[in-house]
Design a binder for this molecule. Structure first.
Ligand code: ANZ
Length: 846
């Protein structure tokens, strides 16, 4: 028993923890302060992998740390268990996705327990359980009542491999699906949306509250995703078209330079305008539209692409100049941004310029970007008068002038600067009632319908005449049905459509109806799960507002940066909705966020296809849980990637053995007064106690581990060549090591704690609840001595310095002293003799 054997230690403690359920928070005392520490919950695909090993090691450090600081810590775990991988696996096996899902959950749960993350196992939830997803349906209905869930017909992103729609957020920058990798195409469908755009301003403005506690990168990604643009809406009358067409522009100052109008080919407006035109135009437009639909949004926005379009043979009237301008359809204008139509100002917008040059449309400069913007008159030399100035005319250079300048060719705006002209143009438009100040966002409403099986059924039915009828709350959950032999293969319509018995139903007032056969995007599930953890067994409500008041918002959220946009934005949105509905009193779900890096191998992301996977359970078998966890903490700053080829898990293991051995050497009895012990060692111990909290709170876990190593070294020395193993200061230091190690290496730490005589079989005597001791301030003060400084034999100053100070440093301090400088005055120094650490003699020239 005197050798560190991680297998024996793991086997010793796992059953103890299983029995004591130490991290259950069901009996949290009212008197203690609380923390809610949340790790992003896993998707149950296969067993845990090294990425999980990292996030759950780091999250656990935070949770265990706050417990040591005397907080009741809520640290729950569950499974995000709806979604496509289960469905695809089920198709392959011809089986119910439930089988695959719950088998994997059991496996992951066992691995998680083995990994000894300090979760509250009484609060486990699975989003695919009816007890969970019925509250997705509840949420949907609450939002439906408020007009925040609505159905519309629109062009959606279609994944041709998975045969389902995708949210904009699920389309990668290269236009492919983040699920299947297929090139995403557009398809027109009637789908359910959540009105996240109503919350765009709040989602953007409230990011300011998170400044400093969320990674800057995530904040900026969210800001860009929401993408607020400020400008004006301008109404253009179209000849022969009843309603005016509104365009959004960020540059109303350039109104007099608008020489044509462009509408998105895939907008309703374009179809209307074309249909009112000649047969030739209609045919050309139809052709063009088909081309455009094959392109991804990313392609269409690519500024370097050649511009294409068709003239619709329709004319618009500029509302300020009265000028008649041609209307085109072109795919560089997007149907679902702004109003899907623009006023084109080729002189000052590059895309418009490229288009105008391709189709020979007029280009008119309205901002002179060479005009001086200050009041000074430029000096014109003779040379300048003789030389032809280089032209800036965009029609010739092909370069749009986007900078500031003075307005020209613009009637009432002439002479104004860009920003003044923007204000004045908006005033003019508002006076005439043909425009107004306006904002536009890149953010789109959240499309939540999915044509797949393994998700939450949408609680809506439709009568024969197409009326939407929501389910009554007491009809929930609307369970996801399963029939043996059910065909889940993607066919472009939801598999639920094949279950006629389920689809055919009646409305609460007895009319025949059919159910919506789509299921909800699984991001709905994860948008509020942190609230369900507060009481996952409550069968009467989604969560208890009183519990939310006690625990939420989450104090610290930990997970991967891959969720920087989607999940975090949706969770923020739903939190604000719940706030507006009066269910919670806060508006942001996650007060602080930590993104861990990835675990890589030889500089490359691990993946099955590359064959460079490091298997989680194999690592645990070889090195032990604690060594793997400690390695995750020690590898570097948590935000950085960990290259598993560069770390030394054996090194971690050896260190744990060194620390553990100390606990068997201590001979001072439990409770021996440390104040009677060795002061030098105590200084090291108390420095550790005072420094580590700040390190952990700043997520410098690696430095925290390094400090623990230093303390272990100091104890080793104290035992071998200092006061010896019987000194009470040695006991104190080893106990502090056990508590410190409990953050990273729970088995080793509890074993040490028991060997030190503290564990009596109860939960309270586990090292996890030992408590972080207070550092004694008297032991933190460094030793100091007083050095006197004499000038020409007279004492002029006294300096508090370290006894280890060198002569040069002491001399420098003496020369820097104000009192000494005053004493010297303007005399010159002849000689300085420093005798560290006590005296400095300065002699001046007479
Ligand atoms: C006239 C103009 C003149 C514009 C000028 C720019 C410069 P951001 O900043 O990205 O919001 N626009 C508006 N709706 C569009 C759509 N559906 N598809 C493509 N482009 C669209 O860009 C706003 C500008 O993008 C708007 O201001 C409009 O062009 C264009 F010197 O209007 B601008």
């Amino acid at each position: 028993e005197n050798d560190y054997d991680f297998r024996r230690i793991e086997a010793r403690w796992a059953p103890v923890w299983e029995e004591l359920a130490p991290f259950s928070t069901s009996d949290a005392p009212e008197s203690k302060p609380r923390k809610y520490i949340l790790d992003m919950f896993p998707y149950p695909s296969g067993d845990l992998h090294m990425g999980h090993a990292e996030v759950y090691a780091l999250g656990d450090i935070v949770a265990r740390y706050w417990r040591q600081r005397g907080f009741t810590v809520l640290h729950p775990i569950g499974w995000d268990s709806f979604g496509l991988p289960a469905e695809n696996a089920a198709i392959k096996r011809g089986a119910d996705p439930r089988e695959w899902t719950y088998e994997n959950i059991e496996q992951q749960k066992a691995s998680m327990k083995r990994y000894a993350a300090s979760f509250d196992w009484d609060r486990v939830l699975h989003t695919s359980d009816p007890e969970y997803y019925r509250w997705n349906q509840w949420l949907f209905l609450e939002m439906y009542k408020k007009g925040l869930a609505y159905r519309k017909d629109s062009w959606v992103n279609w994944d041709p491999v998975d045969q389902t729609v995708l949210a904009n957020e699920q389309v990668l920058p290269d236009g492919t699906s983040d699920r299947s990798g297929a090139v995403v195409v557009k398809k027109k469908l009637t789908q359910w949306y959540f009105k996240i755009t109503d919350y765009a301003d709040r989602l953007l403005d409230d990011l300011n509250q998170l400044e400093g506690s969320w990674p800057a990168k995530v904040l900026s990604m969210q800001r860009n995703w929401i993408g607020r643009s400020v400008g004006a809406d301008v109404d253009f009358v179209i000849e022969g078209h009843e309603a005016p067409v509104t365009v959004f522009t960020t540059r109303p100052d350039t109104l007099f330079g608008a020489t044509f109008m462009v509408v998105a080919p895939d907008s309703d407006l374009a179809a209307e305008l074309a249909s009112g035109s000649t047969p030739e135009v209609r045919a050309a437009f139809q052709d063009y539209l088909e081309q455009a639909q094959k392109k991804s949004e990313i392609d269409r926005q690519d500024a370097t692409r050649d511009k294409t379009g068709v003239f619709l043979d329709r004319w618009a009237i500029n509302p300020v100049s009265g000028e008649r301008i041609p209307v085109w359809a072109a795919d560089y204008v997007l149907a679902d941004y702004g109003h899907g139509a623009i006023m084109a100002v080729p002189a000052h917008d590059q895309r418009d310029l490229d288009f105008a040059r391709t189709y020979d449309l007029p280009i008119r400069m309205v901002v002179d970007t060479t005009a001086p913007m200050t009041g000074t008159i430029p000096v014109i030399t003779e040379e300048m008068l003789n030389e032809e100035p280089p032209t800036i005319d965009p029609a010739i250079t092909g370069e749009a002038l986007t900078g500031d300048g003075r307005l020209i060719n613009s009637g009432p705006l002439d002479g104004l600067s860009k920003s003044n002209a923007i204000k004045r143009a908006i005033e003019l438009l508002e006076e005439r009632g043909t425009g107004r100040a306006s904002k536009t966002y890149r953010l789109r409403d959240w499309l939540i319908s999915r044509q797949r099986y393994w998700g939450t059924p949408i609680p809506i039915m439709y009568t024969e005449d197409g009326e939407e009828v929501p389910l009554e709350q007491d009809a929930l959950p609307l369970e996801l049905p399963w029939e043996k032999g059910m065909d889940l293969k993607p066919k472009g319509t939801s598999p639920l459509g094949g279950l006629e018995e389920w689809v055919a139903t009646t409305t609460p007032d007895g009319r025949p109806a059919r159910r919506d056969t789509d299921t909800m995007d699984t991001f709905v599930d994860s948008s509020w799960y942190f609230l369900r953890f507060l009481d996952p067994r409550d069968s009467t409500k989604a969560f208890d507002p009183a519990q939310a008041e006690k625990w939420a918002p989450v104090d610290q959220y930990i997970g991967g940066v891959e969720h920087a946009i989607l999940h975090l934005l949706y969770a923020r949105f739903i939190t604000k909705v719940l706030f507006d509905l009066g269910y919670v009193s806060f508006t942001e779900p996650f007060s602080a966020l930590l993104n861990q890096g990835m675990v890589i191998l030889d500089g490359a992301k691990m993946s099955k296809s590359k064959g460079n996977l490091v298997y989680f359970t194999e690592e645990l078998d070889r090195f032990g849980v604690d060594a793997v966890r400690l390695t995750m903490a020690f590898a570097g700053p948590p935000e950085d990637d960990i290259d598993w080829a560069d770390v030394s898990v054996t090194g971690s293991q050896k260190f744990l053995a060194r620390a553990w051995r100390l606990s068997g050497e201590v001979t001072a009895p439990v409770g021996a007064d440390p104040e009677t012990g060795d002061t030098a060692l105590r200084r090291v111990t108390h420095k550790y106690l005072s420094e580590v909290p700040g390190l952990i709170e700043a997520f410098k876990f690696n430095v925290g581990v390094a400090r623990t190593m230093e303390l272990v070294n100091a104890i080793r020395k104290a035992i071998d060549s200092g006061p010896g193993a019987g000194d009470p200061a040695v006991r104190e230091a080893v106990e502090v090591v056990a508590v410190g190690l409990s953050l990273y290496a729970p088995h080793t730490a509890d074993d040490m704690w028991q060997r030190l005589g503290h564990f009596d079989g109860t939960k309270e005597t586990l090292v996890a609840f030992a408590g972080w001791r207070k550092a004694d301030p008297l032991l933190l003060v460094e030793d100091q001595v007083t050095a006197v400084v004499q000038v020409d034999g007279k004492v002029r100053d006294r300096l508090e310095v370290s006894p280890k100070i060198g002569n040069d440093e002491l001399e420098a301090l003496a020369r820097a002293s104000a009192a000494v400088q005053r004493a010297i005055g303007d005399r010159e120094i002849a000689q300085v003799i420093a005798r560290a650490p006590r005296v400095v003699n300065i002699a001046t020239k007479k």
